[in-house]
Ligand binder design. Sequence first.
Ligand SMILES: Nc1ncnc2c1ncn2[C@@H]1O[C@H](COP(=O)(O)OP(=O)(O)O)[C@@H](O)[C@H]1O
Ligand SMILES: [Mg+2]
Length: 337
Amino acid sequence: MSRPVRIALFSHKGGVGKTTLTANIAFALAQSGKSVLLVDSDPQCNLTSYLLSDDVVDELLNNANKPNGQTIWSAVRPVFDNVGVGRFVEPIMAADVALLPGDIRLSEFEEFLGDAWADSFKRRLGALLATSSISDMVTRLSREQGFDFVFYDTGPNIGPLNRVLLLDSDYFIVPVACDLFSVRALGTLGQTIKKWILDARTIASIAPDSAACLRATPAFLGYVPQRFKVYGQTMTKEANFYLRRIESRMGSDISAVLRSIDRRLAPARSANPVLGEISDIASLVQRAQREGVPIWRCSGSDRQAKVATEESFGKIAACLVEKSQSLVSDRTETSEE
Ligand SMILES: Nc1ncnc2c1ncn2[C@@H]1O[C@H](COP(=O)(O)OP(=O)(O)O)[C@@H](O)[C@H]1O
Ligand SMILES: [Mg+2]
């Protein structure tokens, strides 16, 4: 079975719509016939709370340490306890996508991953195994269930957990708010991902032959401006001002930085890799959260807004499928810029 495309929506900024976009892009892909696994890899478990009802989430968290535990923590715990490889955990179907539920205890695993990363530079096999444990778990799940796409929902930081998720991803997508803080965050984002890739290359170059290492080739698939205000049919002047700056910084702070180490990791700096955009639709998003459904399937009478939202997510999903295929073929190219 071929490897599914692994994607992380990533920004160390909180509240930029990572979880909302991850879920709804997955729903749109599922609607177009793709099979999708959502990995709730943020200890805040927001993605899990979106897809499952409160009592189911509580039960999952209460049972996570039992032999039949079903969260991401239940899966990686044997690695944390140093007693073996990750355990197979059956994902839960919700709104036509498979979900590996999140767990607050993943923050403990994150500390462990931080130590494992440092020990990977000392060529320790156990540390290398821990570093690739989430990746291995997804590989095993995909082998069993055959997914087209796997999405990692990431927390708002540049910590050890997000590092392994990004380094296991084939692509990353950057959600942005149209404001000054999002503009400023892009510099850190590009430099951080570059450093992670270079460190992972060092680790792979000195690792014992028997060790499995993370691929460390996350390519920049594009960005999604979201939650901007619209008057009439158009974006407000303020949002548009910041969006122009974001567009230019995507080229200089992300594409150019990644292409300086490997040109296959980002489209040319001159390209504008916008995947689509989602305006401020607060009440629809809140209703969809309450009902655990795609935004365009929530209850309520605002049909026009729902149709427009379904179209926007459909376009993002189609663009993602097309770009991930064309970038895969571009990856045969090797030289640096
Ligand atoms: N398009 C949108 N319009 C209005 N509110 C949104 C939109 N997308 C997300 N939100 C709200 O913004 C907040 C942050 O979104 P979330 O997806 O949790 O971001 P992150 O995962 O980056 O922290 C949530 O309260 C969510 O309800
Ligand atoms: Mg989130």
